[in-house]
Design a protein around this ligand. Sequence first.
Ligand SMILES: [Fe+2]
Length: 307
Amino acid sequence: MAVTGVLRPGFVQLRVIDLDEAVVHYRDRIGLDEVSREADGRVYLKAYDEFDRHSMILRQADTPGMDVMGWKVQSDEVLDALAARVAEKGVEVEDIAAGEQPGVGRRKRFLAPTGHHFDLYAEMDLSDQGPMVENPDLWRNEPRGMRAIRLDHCLLYGDDIDGALEIFRDALDFSLSECLKDPEGTIIAAFLTCGQKAHDIALIRHEEKGKFHHCSFLLEDWGDVGRAADLIARHDIPLDIGPTRHGITRGMTIYFFDPSGNRNEVFAGGYHYYPDHPTRVWNMDEAGKAVFYYERELNDRFMSHLT
Ligand SMILES: [Fe+2]
C-alpha cells in the first residue's frame, strides 16, 4: 500500500497566554527544538525526528486553544484536487498565500462542520536539523526532556461529527479505524487515519463548535512514557491522567497541560491500520475501558476540560 493524497498531520498552531512559559514547556519539557521567532510574534518548533521545517506554532493570545491544524499532502496537483473535493461538499475553501508561514507554500484552508480550521499544503522547506540521511545515527543531537519523536495527532471536540466525517472520509480519503457509538448507533467518537497509524485525528461529539482537547506527540516506548511521568512530577506540570493505556488505538499514554491549559499527550505504541481492516467499534457501556483500559472509567476533567 502506498500513502497517497493526505500524507500526515503537518503542523498545529496553538494559542497560548504566555509565550515564554509556553516555549519552556514545549522546548525543554516535551523536547521540541525552537526553529524561529518571527516578527508577528509566532514561535515555530519541530520534533527531532521530523524532516520538515516546523510542526508546532505558538501564538500569544488572550485565550488558549487551537487556531488551525495543517495536513501535508502529496503534491501541488493533489492539493488542488483535494481542495476541489472539499469545496464540492459545500465547504468554503480559502487560499492562503505561500510564505504566510516561513518556508511553507500555498495553503488551502477550510472550516470543518465541527468549527475547526484545517489547512492543506504540499510544500514545506526541509529543516537543516532534520534526521540524518547518510549513515544516519539515531538522532543528530541528543533529544531533550520527554524526547518527543514527532507531532502525531490531535483530538478535537465539535458538534457536527457526521459533517466532518463526510469531509475526512469522502473528500480526503481518510478511513475510520475505530469509533465509539451510543445505543442508537450514533458515532460519539471517531478515530480517523490517512495512512497506517491507528489515528491521525480524533473527533468527539460535543455541543460547542471548535474546541481543542489535545495534541499528541509520539515517544519511543513505554519506558519513555514513564520518563515523561518523572519529568511531569519533577517540574510540577499539571497532570490529567496516566501513565495508562487506551483501549482505542492501544496507545500507552500520559496526559498533562501546558502552562495555558492546553492539554498535551505523549504516547507510544498502537496498532497498524490497513485500508482493508474493518472499523473497530466500542459501545458506550464499555467507554471507560475504551478510553482508559486499565482504570476502566472516565475522569471528569478528561471529558470536560477543553480549550
Ligand atoms: Fe491522543
